[in-house]
Design a protein around this ligand. Structure first.
Ligand code: PAF
Length: 291
């Protein structure tokens, strides 16, 4: 028997959500965006790394018109909007629904989904810039997907269309590595309104980067003694590799949007408080961005 390919409901058609929709549709999956007050479809222009431009049409459904049961959900909405985005979906998800979280930070969906549901976590180091309806794929790096489940049946075929997509039995290593890059680069570039490379080049930012990193590594090591707690080199390498880029948090701040600080440094501060650890630099950037 041939199993039909998934029909995904997508929350969040920003840069990463659009990238995922592009790869999924290339693999023959179908994608519908859940969005209030929108037209029947979103027309996206994607500039591919090789310079070619493609148009992607993603059908839209309003939250009140979503079907009674959802089998496949991709959550790519910015973390502060998770609660509002998921509210209409809770009764439509069932024990066998497959949910993928493709978001920065950690903990943004805690308590927002039915208890028995297995959430797969996706972590991507690919870079996309722009704003609806124009998105430019800057770099197709790695995407890991994993969680407390077996690899889904559709994954192997999707890998032919989603560059560098791989299953991770241990998703928390790539997740924490990305968290560290986000915890250092995002708040500092947003507060100082500078491109990522300044983390390496400006002595004041570099010093603050080291402090944030040391504190956060310490928290992660308290959570998992196997964590190497030596993230600075990796974080600086990400800042160097993306030196001219504007981080997502700087971009959010520049357009006056709420940032993802709660799911990034906020998550670290929350863990530190629980463990009785001091994280003054993480607390300071969080306070600065909440003001
Ligand atoms: O959030 C971002 O902008 C990126 O993930 C990061 C870590 C700054 C690397 O470009």
């Amino acid at each position: 028997m041939i199993t039909p390919l998934p029909h995904w409901y997508l929350l969040g058609a920003g840069n990463m959500g659009t990238l995922a929709a592009w790869y999924l549709t290339r693999a023959g999956h179908t994608v519908t965006v859940i969005k209030a007050g929108s037209p029947a479809s979103l027309e996206k222009t994607l500039l591919l790394p090789e310079g070619k431009s493609v148009t992607l049409t993603i059908p839209v459904v309003a939250p009140e018109a979503i079907p009674a049961s959802i089998d496949y959900l991709l959550v790519a909405v910015k973390t502060p909007y998770s609660r509002a985005a998921l509210a209409p979906l809770n009764t439509r998800l069932h024990d066998a629904s497959q949910v993928i979280r493709l978001q920065n930070g950690l903990g943004a969906l805690d308590g927002l989904l039915p208890d028995n549901l297995t959430v797969l976590e996706a972590v991507s180091t690919s870079a996309v810039k722009g704003q609806h309806p124009h998105h430019q794929i800057v770099a197709e790096n790695h995407t890991w997907i994993g969680g407390k489940a077996n690899p889904p049946a559709w994954l192997a075929a999707l890998q032919a269309h989603w560059p560098n997509l791989q299953w991770a039995d241990d998703i928390h290593t790539p997740q924490w590595q990305k968290l560290m890059a986000n915890a250092v680069i995002n708040p500092l570039t947003a507060i100082y309104d500078v491109p990522n490379g300044q983390i390496v080049d400006d002595p004041e930012l570099r010093k603050r980067a080291e402090e944030i990193c040391t504190e956060a590594d310490h928290v992660l090591q308290a959570l998992d003694p196997a964590w190497p707690a030596a993230s600075l080199e990796n974080v600086l390498a990400v800042a160097r590799a993306t030196a001219g880029n504007t981080s997502s948090m700087r971009a959010d701040r520049q357009r006056g949007a709420i940032t993802e600080i709660d799911a990034i440094n906020g998550w670290i501060v929350k863990q530190a408080n629980r463990l009785g650890l001091e994280v003054p630099e993480n607390q300071a950037v969080m306070d600065a961005l909440k003001r």
